[in-house]
Design a protein around this ligand. Structure first.
Ligand code: ING
Length: 309
């Protein structure tokens, strides 16, 4: 057995005017609760430090600088790192990254028990649009404010296992999971901010949106025989609802823990990384069963094409 006790630290809404300090205090409170349950790794959402600002249009992208972090840790997040070190707890969280070269990414980091950043991931699949869209009920401007991640989907030797990260919309793409599966990933951690309503289809109900979320994470976990921890930022942010539904999924694709609220809420589960072995040696023994000679289209094209192979 290689047991890791993991916490999904769901965050309730963060309003435009909430300070980083106030958010970090909430994150520390969840971390203290996790420590009381002997948690090894705490997982926070995508863009955990701020409201989901891509819903707000700015003609001048530089006006969004206030939502970005220029270094990590920084003054606002140092207390979180210090508490994590004091607890000997590893963590993962997402934030908007502004690099010294002026590049902008939707980023997540893996931080070890000593407070060292040992893994960085930059969101590859940026949903939404780059220009103001009057047809939508609300904006989703990730393509305006971020560039696609440039680091691929690396995995990391971490806490005695093989860990990977992705962010929100990435979870809906099987390629995300497979690229990490092909590196033997044993636990994928991810945060998300998902609106409870579809900006382009007012009829779509919350039940179906939660279904698509769970279907994606459960399929990714099962088909790659990996644990998955998916953590929401939830609730009504500046009038815009985000759903909860944070889940921990085992390598059979089954949900083993799920949040019940759209507020700050902690889910704790002990995960045996050795539970990934059975699937990796049987149904999803990639080296025996995959047929990549028939998968060329996966990397050769983006849109639908009927050209001969
Ligand atoms: N959010 C969404 C997700 O995939 C999205 C993407 C875009 C949802 C537009 C709805 C409308 O859950 C993030 N943060 O990727």
């Amino acid at each position: 057995m290689r047991n890791i006790t993991v916490a999904a630290a769901q965050l309730g809404p963060i309003q435009k005017d909430d300070s980083r300090q106030a958010v970090v205090a909430r994150m520390i409170d969840l971390m203290d609760q996790a420590k009381a349950q002997d948690v090894d790794l705490i997982v926070y959402p995508e863009l955990a430090l701020t409201t989901f600002f891509p819903r707000w249009y700015h003609e001048d992208v530089a006006e969004t600088d206030i939502w970005f972090e220029r270094e990590m840790p920084n003054a606002a997040t140092r207390p979180l790192f210090e508490r994590a070190i004091a607890h000997g707890m590893a963590m993962n969280f997402g934030y908007a990254e502004l690099t010294p070269e002026g590049r902008r990414f939707n980023t997540a980091i893996l931080v070890d028990r000593e407070g060292q950043i040992v893994g960085t991931y930059r969101k590859v699949h940026l949903p939404g649009h780059g220009e103001f869209d009057p047809e939508r009920a609300f904006q989703h401007l990730e393509k305006r404010y971020f560039e696609p991640g440039d680091l691929g989907f690396p995995v990391f030797d971490f806490l005695g296992g093989t860990f990977g990260m992705c962010i929100c919309n990435d979870r809906r793409w099987p390629e995300t999971w497979r690229v990490m599966g092909l590196q033997g990933v044993e636990m994928v951690v991810l945060g998300f901010n998902t609106p409870s309503v579809n900006s382009q289809d007012a009829e779509e109900n919350l039940e179906r949106r939660l279904f698509h979320h769970k279907l994606s994470v459960q399929a990714g976990a099962y088909q790659n025989a990996t644990w998955a921890v998916a953590v929401a930022k939830a609730g009504v942010e500046d009038g815009h609802p985000l759903f909860g539904g944070s889940i921990i999924v085992n390598p059979e694709g089954e949900i083993v823990a799920e949040t019940q609220t759209e507020d700050d809420e902690l889910l704790v589960h002990t995960c045996d990384l050795d539970a990934t072995t059975f699937g990796k040696k049987t149904m999803f023994d990639f080296s025996r069963h995959r047929r990549p000679e028939h998968y060329g289209r996966i990397v050769a094209q983006t849109g639908v094409e009927r050209s001969p192979d």
